[in-house]
Design a protein around this ligand. Structure first.
Ligand SMILES: [Zn+2]
Length: 415
């Protein structure tokens, strides 16, 4: 763990005042700029990764309510934020409920991680839809991420050796640059940006984590990300893994990761699951479920750093991290050697053998169509082998199309 020099609070506040003013005034415009750099839809038209939502007409069509009506509805559904602004929160005194491991410990000297939680999106979003995040089931991602962050803070506050900060504690607009600047102003050791996903075809499901592709930023983000994914998998999500994404200029693609890295802070984006997929939605569709997500995130983070509940440790465990020797590149090619064969079985059914190879990442899902690609069934999970086998009832009239996906959502078709 890096020990950072603790900043004086007064200095921090002075530094933050302009940010607050900006937050009231011009941050909406800045948010537009920041988000334009951050399209969440790739060239093939798929919404990828964190839904730092680039607005699309297609999505707009899918809204049941007009934006204004949806906004009004959301206002009604969600309680007023009751937390004070994070920037005015006092430094937390050592919690007397926390015991001290190993007898007498100089509390001031005990190492303390400064973790910044970043609830994705936020703000009125009537014109700046990116502030809302993903919108499904008449719900805005921005509210759900805040709920998760608050639960994560609450859970983490039961651990020793950690101080928690939120980039936003209310529904307000912040640019990605402002979020990173805030993390720096509080001496953050790590920023965890919390999101919920959606896909254009509404077919993907699972949790995934995006991290920097570079050096110790990668090592730290990936280490924490793996621990969080383990928790989310235990809760019932499928893991799509820890991934990187690079922009055309070779830098980290996602703004929050890039902005934090430029200030020397490792960051990760946790995409807990897909709002537009029924199975995933069932694990986030109540306040309790969202709180569980936050608690799982907290448990994963605490496990990575070796934090203990109710105890202040005189030293934190050493963390073995492997700094990657080169840029950790994302997989940019779809699965290879994709083919299928069908064999008639004794019972009149057909046994399908579907093959696919992925050398850079891993095969994640498959799906198929019986009408020549007009419609597809639910994405099925791929196993650990290069083939999957399953029976199908076929008349012989079907026009079969199989699609094999890697965990970067790139797919190859076999007809
Ligand atoms: Zn998001």
């Amino acid at each position: 763990m890096r020990r950072r020099r603790r900043r004086r609070r007064a200095g921090g506040l002075l530094l933050l005042l302009p940010l607050l003013i900006m937050g009231l005034g011009i941050s909406i415009g800045a948010a537009v700029t920041a988000w334009t750099e951050l399209e969440g839809i790739d060239r093939s038209g798929r919404i990828t990764g964190p839904v730092l939502f680039a607005w699309s007409e297609k999505l707009s069509e899918q809204l049941h309510l007009s934006l204004a009506a949806a906004e009004a509805q959301a206002e009604e559904d969600m309680p007023e934020a009751e937390w004070e602004e994070p920037k005015t929160q006092p430094e937390r005194e050592p919690d007397t409920a926390l015991s001290i491991a190993g007898g007498s410990v100089d509390l001031e000297a005990a190492p303390k991680l400064r973790i910044v939680l970043d609830p994705g999106h936020g703000g009125p979003g009537l014109k700046e839809e990116q502030e809302l995040g993903a919108i499904y089931r008449d719900t805005y991602e921005k509210y759900l991420t805040l709920e998760i962050a608050q639960a994560m803070r609450e859970e983490l506050s039961e651990y020793g050796n950690v101080e928690i900060f939120l980039t936003r504690d209310t529904d307000r607009a912040m640019t990605l640059k402002e979020r990173a600047a805030y993390a720096e102003s509080v001496g953050g050791d790590l920023l965890v940006s919390l999101h919920l996903n959606a896909s254009l075809e509404h077919n993907f499901y699972g949790s995934e984590v995006f991290v920097s592709a570079f050096e110790h930023f990668h090592a730290r983000g990936a280490g924490v990300g793996e621990c969080i994914l383990k928790e989310l998998t235990d809760y019932g999500f499928v893991s799509k893994g820890v991934k990187t994404r690079l922009g055309s200029n070779g830098a980290d693609y996602y703004g929050i990761i890039r902005e934090c890295k430029s200030l020397g802070i490792p960051a990760l984006i946790v995409e807990h699951g897909y709002m537009d997929e029924d199975g995933d939605w069932a694990r986030m569709n109540t306040k309790e479920a969202l709180r569980t997500l936050g608690q799982r995130d907290a448990a994963g983070l605490a496990a990575y750093f070796g934090l203990e509940k109710g105890r202040i440790l005189p030293e934190l465990p050493r963390i073995e991290e492997t700094i990657p020797p080169a840029v950790v590149r994302p997989d940019t090619t779809p699965p290879e050697e994709v083919w299928y064969k069908k064999e008639r079985q004794g019972d009149g059914r057909f046994l399908i053998t579907l093959h696919g190879v992925e050398r850079e990442s891993r095969v994640m899902y498959y799906d198929y169509s019986v009408d020549g690609g007009e419609t597809y069934g639910k994405l099925q999970l791929w196993g650990s082998e290069d083939t999957v086998q399953f029976p199908m009832n076929l008349t012989g009239e079907e026009q079969l199309v199989f699609r094999v996906y890697n965990n970067y959502e790139l797919r190859t078709e076999a007809r």
